[in-house]
Design a protein around this ligand. Structure first.
Ligand SMILES: NC(=O)c1ccc[n+]([C@@H]2O[C@H](COP(=O)([O-])OP(=O)(O)OC[C@H]3O[C@@H](n4cnc5c(N)ncnc54)[C@H](O)[C@@H]3O)[C@@H](O)[C@H]2O)c1
Length: 338
């Protein structure tokens, strides 16, 4: 498709409606297609999936065209794609699209390894196409409210809990790559600093790969951070707390309630208030942001380099092999550990 070039050298999208395709018609891909179909100045060209049943489901859900292969989608002409195929396929699919000058949003994690993620980043830079990564929590209004509340504060520590039941479809990754990578990205984003120390504790209670992870970090700026994640909790929970020198901010990313404590007095008293939180659908905000970066050639909200840095930290956590959980825990009824 025709494109221009921005001052930064990134090819910008045409002025007409952007033609966008979705690759993968699973859980995330179906959501991408649903959202894209409703965006202004955007034409959803169709969805690619090798499985006929998933193509049928996408047609029923979104009413869009479907294709059995990437080549069929590309033959229709697309300016940009979103890649929501299984993570181990991100690398090959992203490189194939970038080679055809197509702008790419790839779901998180960017790839299965640092090497593959870096190859995607390098290819996009050489081709001058926009590459953004779907770390969708950055677009959660509760996360945005936390980020705003701690802006300019001296951050001391961050604790994040992301727990829930086993996913219905087991992929070939454990909780660190599937879940903790969201929070590694948030810790880097909140602190605007790199993670320089990693202390992981991993365990596999039921799955072959790690299904419990307690991860501790120190950033270059001196912030201590902790992630508690597992697939052994019967309900979903996503909570973030940030302690700064002058505030204590608590956010529930599911209910989107964000509260801050402040005005600490020597007698132990303090003030507390609920912060205003927006209502945007995070995926919609993410896709609008991606398409805006394509149109303007500006730096996307979540760059490939940031996503590679997160997968690098996740990989370092995994260098410590997961141990089986204690025998008593495995033999007895499943316990709530969230
Ligand atoms: N941002 C988030 O919060 C979030 C949440 C869930 C999943 N994800 C990410 O999204 C991606 C997909 O996850 P999911 O849960 O939707 O998985 P899924 O298994 O539901 O869907 C994957 C789909 O890709 C299809 N597929 C397989 N090979 C393909 C190919 N060569 N070309 C096109 N499609 C192909 C499969 O048939 C399936 O329909 C993963 O990378 C995952 O990490 C992100």
């Amino acid at each position: 498709m025709s494109s221009n070039e921005s001052a930064s050298g990134v090819k910008t999208g045409p002025k007409r409606a952007l033609r966008v395709g979705v690759i993968g018609a699973g859980v995330m891909g179906s959501n991408h297609a649903r959202v894209l179909a409703g965006l202004p100045d955007t034409a959803l060209v169709g969805v690619v999936d090798p499985l006929p049943a998933h193509r049928t489901r996408a047609t029923e859900l979104v009413g869009c065209r479907t294709f059995a292969s990437l080549d069929e989608l590309i033959a229709e002409g697309v300016d940009a794609v979103t890649i929501a195929a299984p993570t181990h396929l991100h690398h090959g699919i992203a490189l194939a699209c970038i080679a055809r000058d197509i702008h790419v949003l790839v779901e998180k994690p960017i790839a299965s390894s640092v090497e593959e993620g870096s190859a995607i980043v390098d290819a996009a830079r050489r081709a001058g196409v926009t590459l953004m990564v779907g770390h969708v929590e950055r677009f959660n209004p509760a996360v945005a409210a936390i980020k705003q509340a701690i802006s300019g504060e001296d951050i001391l520590s961050i604790a994040i809990t992301r727990v829930g039941p086993f996913p219905p479809r087991m992929s070939n990754v454990g909780v660190v790559i599937d879940l903790a990578v969201h929070d590694i990205d948030l810790i880097r984003w909140f602190t605007e600093s790199d993670i320089v120390e990693v202390q992981p504790q991993l365990s596999s209670a039921i799955a072959e790969r790690e299904d419990i992870a307690l991860l501790q970090f120190r950033t270059a700026s001196g912030v201590l951070a902790h992630i508690n994640t597992n697939w052994l909790t019967p309900f979903k929970a996503r909570n973030v707390t940030v302690a700064t020198r002058d505030k204590y901010v608590m956010g529930d990313l599911l209910t989107r309630q964000v509260t801050e404590c402040f005005g600490f007095k020597p007698d132990g008293s303090y003030s507390m208030r609920h912060l205003p939180v927006g209502h945007d659908e995070p995926l919609r905000a993410e896709l609008i942001s991606f398409l805006e970066a394509v149109r303007t050639g500006g730096v996307p909200a979540v760059t490939g380099e940031e996503a590679v840095a997160s997968i690098e930290i996740a990989t370092r956590c995994l260098a410590t092999p997961a141990r089986p959980a204690a025998a008593s825990a495995r033999k007895g009824p499943r316990r709530v550990v969230g």
